[in-house]
Write a protein that binds this ligand. Structure first.
Ligand code: NAD
Length: 333
């Protein structure tokens, strides 16, 4: 029996794209012991919390998981199960690799970036109030500890994955105190990694460079809001939501998931693109040290796309399961 890994099937298109990933993993003979956990709408329907305590405990104990998207229930005061997982497990690093894939036409060939977005601080603390009846405040909270750990995560990743350069993205020319703290911390941490080139960019200039000089960038590390915007920009550069993988990583646990949500209009139609979840799952294999399996699956995925087998979001007519079967056939040779 292989290493234990948690699995959350999610809802909407979640179960279909999970099935596709499991089909591909079986063809690649990936040896994992899946521990299925419950969370999301199905739990609410049974009168249980969106993310039950036993699910959180299992994720913390096993330490790694693959998660399909989950719908945020509609209604006042509803919280997102995804945000709950990030907060309760302190998954402070949102990691999003952005790579152009063979078979997916793009204006930005040879894109190969990884964005490290701080996941817990900045303007996302939801500390907002009306300072006067006509003036609204939102607090931007940046801590030295928060900056240290996201910068260290980016440099550790660069070192472990043979990446040459880490760029800090900020607006310290205007927010000299909060973004200044982020930038100074980045520069101090960078000294611990002398073999990796470190530089920094103002966020607006970074946006322009991403669409004009994208090949010059490698790993980007940034605060929560800039990371949110940059990662969608970059996902669009290489084919959109259907192909954008990600991970949320903390001290206790790493959860791998697609950037997209549960896409309710596509649910149950066998039309969703499983690529983003599959690439999230191969990121997980990399995290587990299974580099050969990761490379084999990613190679089979790209070979399938290059043969023109694609789901509807990429202009093709393959079904979710048909696309997975085509990748599985590539793997079986
Ligand atoms: P979404 O990402 O689910 O879908 C937006 C649109 O993008 C879809 O209608 C579809 O046209 C397309 N799309 C997304 N994924 C696709 C795929 N794999 N293949 C083909 N097309 C795809 O965003 P949304 O509609 O804003 O959110 C739906 C639900 O998902 C909401 O309840 C939201 O809260 C939740 N959500 C969950 C996560 C998560 O689980 N991590 C992330 C984002 C949104």
């Amino acid at each position: 029996m292989g290493r234990k890994v948690c699995l959350i099937r999610g809802d909407g298109i979640g179960p279909e794209i999970v099935d596709a990933v499991l089909r591909v993993f079986a063809a690649a003979r990936v040896d994992l012991d899946w521990v299925e956990l419950e969370a999301g709408l199905a739990c609410v329907e049974q009168g249980r919390p969106l993310v039950p305590e036993e699910t959180l405990a299992a994720l913390a104990e096993v330490g790694v998981g693959l998660k399909a998207p989950m719908t945020t229930p509609i209604g006042k005061g509803s919280v997102s199960p995804n945000v709950t997982l990030r907060k309760r497990l302190d998954l402070y690093a949102c990691v999003r690799p952005i790579r152009s894939l063979r078979g997916i036409p793009t204006l930005f060939p040879d894109t190969d970036l990884v964005i490290f977005r701080e996941n817990t601080e900045d303007l996302y603390g939801q500390v907002e109030y009306m300072a006067t009846p006509t003036v609204a405040y939102t607090l931007k909270i940046i801590s030295q500890t928060g900056c240290e750990r996201i910068c260290r995560a980016a440099f550790d990743y660069a070192r472990a994955n043979g990446r040459r350069k880490v760029t800090a993205v900020h607006k310290a020319n205007i927010m000299k105190i909060s973004d200044g703290l982020f930038l100074r911390t980045f520069q101090r941490i960078a000294e611990e990694y002398p073999e990796i080139e470190a530089n920094d960019m103002i966020v607006d200039a970074q946006c322009m460079h991403l669409v004009t000089r994208w090949r010059e960038y490698d790993v980007l590390v940034t605060e929560n809001l800039y990371g949110d915007i940059l990662s969608d920009l970059c996902a669009g550069m290489v084919g959109g939501l259907g192909v954008a993988p990600g991970a949320n990583i903390g001290t206790k646990c790493a959860i791998f998931e697609a950037v997209h949500g549960s896409a309710p209009p596509l649910a149950g139609l066998n039309k969703a693109n499983p690529t983003a979840l599959l690439l999230s799952a191969t990121m997980m294999l990399g995290h587990l040290g299974e580099m050969d399996k990761k490379a084999a699956i990613e190679g089979a995925l790209e070979a399938t796309l290059a043969r023109g087998i694609k789901t509807g979001d990429l202009g093709g007519d393959a079904s979710t399961s048909g696309f997975a079967d085509a990748i599985a056939s590539e793997l079986r040779g």
